[in-house]
Design a protein. Structure first.
Lengths: 502, 254
């Protein structure tokens, strides 16, 4: 299986919805000899004449529309190994092959997919769903399949030779033997252009002239030698199961059995030196789809009672009457070595505080994962975008995020600015009184305006706001703004209340 | 209480306070905890950094490990006071703020010395959820302090918080409309805004009217506090009358 544009496919996939149109030239670049050079290009860029190795400066001069992102070869290799794991659904013998290929030993597996063609169909369709360009080569040996995928046939998404028909390979160019470029060039210099040309020659002089590798590659393609597929072992699945003789509706029974299963699973993990980060529980209920519950996620834990409590919090909202549980499984999808207790010097003085992860897990189990967060700074001058909520496990640094020389910011920012009726003496003056939530506030003091325009890429001057900090006669401090630039609304400008100062 | 006669001749080491220095103090502390009382002098206390207020509190500051109640006469001002108290209670530990409506604005809270990086926010759908989250956070002992915004708080709910608040301080922020009646809280504060007094035109430094409405072992008092954003320091600008009587401000004996 050849993935001709794997690095760019992966990069485009990672960009998600912000990726450019499919036919936009796109390339990955990395620092190389003599400057930043292209490391990979997509099909559109290749069609435009771009090849890996060109310097970015040259390319920029030639093509203005090129989108470029940094290359990540290590990430590509890791993702390729993960893709090989995905392919394990077709055959247990799968391995990443080089930087842009996968090799699958489909011997005997074809009958599960109505023939080898059916298997290849499913595989290509799967990769297409991932938006990964792929071309398949099907042959008796991995080396021949490698050659066919890259050089065989007249196009299409695959090239196959029937078993035993090795003659078909003889038409392939010498490069299909996966030889070093220098050897290929040297052979071409002698007029040896196809595999067939080479195969017809006596071996001994060939080896003497070009080394043993040429002969070995010929044998690998021809089938006289087989290169083994170094399939990575399948990662173990940590899963325990319990089936009931008849559907159980008693919550106490379900909880007790779950607790026992959790204990068993964590015990097995512990003997492997691991702890569970998350537990996925599937409850098969009578006449119903299986219920899936995921708990944890804030840090590896080997504490069975912790997970049991989390599950109890989730179970109490589950209807069991009439939906008896027939079987259940608990899986630890991503176990990790247990976290070492971090004790800093400052904490050592007091009795150590227990870790946060268990309580974050419990809060998230009842309130929902999105309800337990931390505020994180965002470099934006637009107030509502200057902070966002991130998962509570994230490390957040605010120390340098708030510039000292900045107009004051409120302690509360309304989720939506609320319209207020305001009266201002002049169109560009702060209001003298305003009514918010039915209550009239007379303004005693005001600061402003602080003009805040939306980021230019999010809209024009129409969204410009003039913010005023006002204090009413009781001392209550509010953040009001007039919407739109001065003059656009005239005397009937729209006013909004956006925040409360402490 | 620490005077131990050296001439005492007891053979039982446990009965001899000299054999276990501070044993008596530790036992007293334990009894106070069991009874839900704030720690004695020298206990775990966070000074607010507002001299006159710290001096009026029998402990020299806000004691940790107990429940404090803050009644919001206005939401903005009360938020500032809670942020100030949380920052002082935090030390370098994490904080939990449980709320129903997430309108906290971290860039603004930072002006009260509160590190938003230490803050975990838990949003619950209703008041019962907020109380549950507070109790869970307090019981875990993982947070230095837990603040919660609740509407109505039953005596029973407040007692549960008081019991849970062993490892960290609990702050309950309540709207003025819902705050009456008895409460096991060790202190009850009422916080509202006060007009600023700037030297130049415009809005001056934030001022609050802070009332210590109830304090176990102390007297109700009223102050005007001014907060300076730039130096991250507050100061008491006016010591108002003792609310219990018409007498002018006088020092309180702890």
């Amino acid at each position: 299986m050849w993935l001709p544009t794997w690095p760019t496919d992966r990069a485009l996939r990672r960009l998600g919805r912000s990726r450019p149109e499919p036919d936009t030239p796109f390339a990955l670049a990395a620092a190389g000899a003599g400057g930043v050079r292209l490391a990979a290009v997509n099909a559109a860029a290749a069609a435009a004449g771009l090849t890996p190795g060109m310097t970015l400066a040259t390319v920029r001069a030639l093509h203005t529309g090129l989108a470029v992102r940094p290359a990540d070869p290590l990430g590509d290799a890791r993702a390729l190994a993960a893709l090989a794991g995905w392919c394990r659904r077709f055959t247990p013998w799968v391995a990443a092959d080089g930087a842009d290929g996968l090799v699958l030993d489909a011997t005997g597996c074809g009958r599960l997919f109505s023939g080898e063609d059916g298997l290849v169909d499913r595989l290509l369709a799967g990769l297409d769903r991932f938006r990964v360009a792929a071309r398949a080569g099907v042959a008796d040996t991995p080396a021949a399949a490698w050659a066919l995928a890259r050089f065989g046939g007249a196009g299409g998404d695959r090239a196959a030779v029937p078993p035993g028909a090795q003659g078909a390979l003889h038409a392939l160019p010498v490069a299909a033997l996966r030889l070093p470029a220098a050897t290929v060039a040297a052979l071409a210099g002698l007029g040896l252009e196809t595999v067939g040309d080479l195969a017809a020659l006596p071996r001994a002089p060939l080896v003497a002239r070009f080394g043993a590798e040429v002969a070995r590659r010929l044998d690998e393609v021809g089938g006289a030698l087989t290169a083994p597929i170094a399939a990575a072992p399948e990662p173990p699945r940590w899963i325990v199961r319990h089936g009931f003789a008849q559907p159980v509706e008693d919550r106490a029974v379900v909880e007790a059995v779950l607790a026992r299963l959790v204990g068993r699973l964590l015990g097995e993990l512990a003997t492997a030196g691991l702890a569970a980060r998350r537990l996925v529980v599937r409850l098969a209920q009578a006449r119903d789809e299986a219920v899936r519950i995921t708990v944890g996620g804030h840090g590896p834990s080997g504490d069975a009672s912790h997970f049991t409590r989390l599950l109890a919090l989730r179970l109490e909202r589950l209807a069991l009457a009439g939906h008896g549980v027939e079987a259940m499984t608990i899986e630890a999808p991503d176990p990790a070595p247990p976290a070492a207790d971090q004790t800093t010097l400052a904490m050592a003085a007091r009795p150590p505080r227990p870790p946060l992860a268990p309580v974050l897990d419990r809060l998230a189990a009842r309130l929902g994962a999105g309800a337990v967060t931390r505020p994180a700074p965002v470099a934006s001058h637009v107030p509502e975008r200057a902070q966002r909520r991130v998962p509570a496990t994230a490390a957040v640094r605010w120390a340098d995020a708030v510039p000292a020389e900045r107009p004051a910011r409120p302690a509360r920012l309304l989720e939506r600015p609320e319209p207020v009726e305001a009266v201002a003496a002049l169109p560009d003056a702060p209001p003298v009184l305003f009514r918010w939530r039915g209550q009239l506030h007379r303004v005693a003091r005001a600061d402003g305006p602080e003009r805040i325009a939306p980021e230019w890429w999010r809209g024009g001057a129409a969204g410009t706001r003039d913010y005023y900090r006002v204090e009413d006669r009781d001392g209550g401090r509010f953040w009001l703004y007039r919407h739109g630039p001065y003059g656009s609304g005239g005397a009937r400008a729209a006013w909004f209340l956006h925040g409360l100062f402490a | 209480m620490t005077a131990t006669p050296a001439s005492r001749s007891s053979t039982d080491p446990a009965a001899d306070p000299a054999a276990a220095p501070g044993l008596l103090d530790r036992l007293r502390e334990r009894v106070r905890r069991i009874e839900g009382l704030p720690p004695g002098p020298g206990g775990d206390v966070a000074a607010l950094g507002l001299d006159a207020i710290d001096a009026a509190l029998p402990w020299g500051g806000l004691p940790r490990g107990v429940l404090h109640e803050i009644v919001a006469l206005e939401r903005g001002a009360a938020t500032g006071f809670v942020a100030l108290a949380l920052a002082r209670l935090a030390g370098d530990g994490p904080l939990l703020w449980c709320l129903g409506r997430d309108d906290l604005y971290a860039p603004g809270l930072a002006a009260f010395g509160l590190d938003p990086g230490a803050l975990v926010l838990a949003r619950a759908a209703d008041g019962a959820g907020v109380l549950w989250a507070m109790e869970e956070g307090l019981r875990s002992g993982a947070f230095a302090a837990v603040a919660g915004e609740v509407g109505a708080l039953s005596l029973d709910g407040a007692r549960r918080l008081q019991l849970a608040a062993r490892a960290g301080a609990a702050l309950v922020l309540r709207p003025a409309s819902a705050a009456h009646g008895p409460s096991p809280a060790v202190t009850r504060w009422q916080v509202g805004p006060a007009p600023s007094a700037p030297a130049e035109p415009g809005v001056g430094a934030a001022r609050w009217r802070v009332a210590l409405a109830r304090c176990r072992g102390g007297q109700p008092r009223d102050w005007i506090v001014e907060w300076d954003d730039a130096s991250l320091r507050g100061r008491v600008v006016a010591d108002l009358a003792d609310r219990s009587g018409a007498a002018p401000a006088r020092p309180i004996e702890a």
